[in-house]
Design a binder for this molecule. Structure first.
Ligand SMILES: [Zn+2]
Length: 302
């Protein structure tokens, strides 16, 4: 029986899953990402994690879903956020492969997330899937015919940088303005609530609790975020024509005060033929990227 290791390298946490060909997780380990210690420390932690679940005795190949823009052909990190200083330029595949003596495949974490949900999660059984992750940023991945679409420059999936009317004039982290991420990401919603309410909230989960209890400012902020994200997602659906849309990330945990406006905004945007496309929450949570990475690893095996 061939087993693989799926690695998830995020800005704050790293995890590994030992998985079989059916997507069953046999072992699992997690460590904090030594983000401030630089890429070498991250690679060392990644290597340790793979050894934790059996190393070369057990593991036949390694798949990695990593934060940042990843050139999956070269296996190199092209660019990364400030959360991972020095991460850009890291030869992720080459270094891990050399240190472990195993074949390694890499992709970015949102694409891995989508592969995981399509394999064993909310989109299992669907071939054409649009996954949107709404969290610290907003990302997406399109799986068509079971394959992730990377685009000509490896940039496909940057759904956060789709313009929406609600973001007009608002500066975006990418250097542009008017993009949905600037107003509908988790941090943007928390900042919006804080600027409008006397109540202090340290986390978006507190805003969600207030909204669920009927607090009007919290409810309005989540409705604003859901609506903005919904307009962007509806527009993307018209371009991609997915069989199913899966929504992951932390913001969907805000519940109905976010979901209901999201669904309403999607309904106003989509073409008539797409009105019945299911829009569902991601099912696997943090395990999605791990399973997607494991599935990536199986592409390396006969
Ligand atoms: Zn942007």
């Amino acid at each position: 029986m061939s087993l693989v290791a799926g690695l998830d390298i995020g800005g704050t946490k790293m995890a590994v899953a030992l998985a079989d060909r059916s997507g069953t997780v046999l072992d699992h380990a997690t460590r904090p990402t030594p983000a401030m210690e630089g890429p070498d420390a991250i690679l060392t932690t990644a290597t340790d994690l793979v050894r934790t679940v059996g190393g070369t005795e057990v593991v036949a190949a390694v798949g990695v879903g990593a934060a940042g823009v990843i050139d999956r052909r070269r296996g190199v990190v092209v660019s990364a956020t400030q959360a991972l200083p020095g991460w850009a330029g890291t030869d992720l595949r080459g270094e891990l492969s050399r240190r472990l003596g195993l074949p390694v495949a890499v992709d970015n974490d949102v694409h891995a997330h989508a592969l995981g949900e399509q394999w064993r999660g909310a989109a299992a059984g669907y071939a054409d899937v649009l996954l949107i992750a709404v969290g610290t940023g907003i990302g997406a991945s399109t799986v068509l015919g079971g394959h992730v679409r990377h685009g000509a420059h490896g940039v496909a999936g940057h759904a956060g940088h789709v313009p929406v009317a609600a973001a007009a004039g608002v500066a975006c982290a990418c250097g542009g303005q008017g993009h949905v991420e600037a107003v509908a990401s988790g941090p943007a919603l928390l900042a919006r609530f804080r600027s409008r309410s006397e109540t202090d909230a340290a986390h978006l989960a507190e805003v969600a609790r207030l909204a669920a209890a009927g607090e009007p400012v919290a409810a309005a902020v989540l409705a604003f975020g859901g609506t903005a994200a919904g307009h962007a997602i509806g527009g993307l659906m018209n371009v991609i024509d997915p069989e199913i849309v899966v929504i992951g990330g932390g913001v969907p945990n805000c519940g109905e005060p976010w979901w209901q406006p999201l669904r309403a905004a999607i309904a106003t945007e989509v073409l008539p033929a797409l009105r019945d496309v299911p829009v569902v929450p991601a099912a696997l949570g943090a395990d999605a990227a791990l399973l997607g990475a494991a599935r990536l690893a199986f592409t390396l095996l006969p």
